[in-house]
Design a protein around this ligand. Structure first.
Ligand code: SF4
Length: 182
């Protein structure tokens, strides 16, 4: 993660707790993407590349949807934004607010999750806001990183169990539909 965004603590703004952002990436999804890394992950996968993002109490910094949007709008090259981590779905409600703002700019939103698409659908409730976030996503790359299934040959993914899900088609058709990017 290359940089921090300024803390902006005006009341009423939607806050996020981030590990960092990357303003341009071609390895975190299709096209040129701005990447938001949230702080905090409950999965603790063996061999995780970002163990500094695990803690919910130490590390990271608070910022706001407004600050992230300022940085997103500064970069005219990007075609979309990726939520990574950490575990994005631990901050699903705030990320849903952010995703709606990103989509208003004509950019697509995708996310990584250590939970599978099926786990997210089945575990979704009003309190965690998982379904609301899923509804904003074009793609979900799902599943924990499994070191024994490590691969360098799959686009955007670290282990063979992970899938690229076409979220909008999956929700519309009521079954898990893989993206053609797999
Ligand atoms: S889900 Fe991702 S960030 Fe969390 S432990 Fe696994 S590989 Fe690391």
């Amino acid at each position: 993660m290359s940089d921090n965004l300024l803390i902006n603590d005006r009341p009423g703004e939607t806050k996020l707790h981030l590990a960092g952002v990357i303003r341009e990436s071609i390895v975190d999804g299709p096209g040129w993407r701005f990447v938001v890394f949230v702080q905090g992950c409950p999965h603790h996968c063996k061999g995780c590349q970002n163990p500094q993002t695990w803690s919910f109490t130490e590390g990271g910094y608070d910022t706001t949807v407004e600050n992230i949007m300022k940085a997103v709008k500064e970069n005219k090259l990007i075609t979309g934004v990726t939520f990574s981590g950490g575990e994005p779905f631990t901050q699903a409600k705030a990320l849903t607010v952010l995703a709606k703002e990103i989509r208003k700019e004509g950019l697509d939103v995708m996310a990584f999750s250590g939970w599978t698409f099926e786990e997210l659908k089945e575990g979704a409730n009003e309190e965690n806001g998982w379904m609301d976030l899923l509804r904003e996503l074009s793609l979900l790359i799902d599943g924990r990183f499994i070191e024994e299934q490590l691969t360098l040959n799959l686009r955007f993914r670290g282990s063979k169990n992970q899938r690229i899900i076409d979220v909008q088609r999956s929700l519309a058709e009521g079954k898990t539909v893989l993206s053609e990017l797999n």
